[in-house]
Write a protein that binds this ligand. Sequence first.
Ligand code: PCA
Length: 203
Amino acid sequence: MILLTGFEPFASSDFNPSIVIARHAEKILREQGHEAVAAELPCVFAQAPRVLHELITLHRPHVVLSLGLAQGREKLGMEKVAINLIDARIADNAGARPIDVPVLADGPAAYFSTLPLKAALQELGSENVEISYSAGTYVCNQIFYSLMHQSRTDPEIRAGFIHVPWVAAHEAQLLVHARAVAQIAVLALAGANEPRLSAGKED
Ligand code: PCA
């Protein structure tokens, strides 16, 4: 079972491509014979982790891919590291703007993704995807950290976060990203091994 999540619109926009891409990826995966569910998360610090927790409890997924929008990106960014820090640049959809608080009091400073990021990079190509070493300090990083915390004791779960670039409500472009997300999910489900391939950055 593959669980995909995307976020509702936030800030001043009325469209968030992440949930539409998650829904398209769900359809692609089902057509391939996989069990998959896509669900929307609220862009609200006080609610999103609980909604995610309920989804994981309900569906008992083997793979969880959470998606969110990152305006400035040009390709799909497979996030490597979730940090235990919230520092909101803008208010969330409930008007909250926490600054310098942990995602989880007493939690570790960071978690790594358990998705096969290098295998995905090799399969999809650096022109389509990249490994990112910061998921920011807003609701996406909070959900990524919560996801990794919730799945830390279950070695059967492969989980991680992917930031999608801005794409308007343009079916063809949304589908290109959805196909890539579905491919990453299948690699994770198959337990792909990580090739020795550098994706390091200098800053
Ligand atoms: N992007 C925001 C939160 C919701 C979303 O889609 C982020 O990157 O934190």
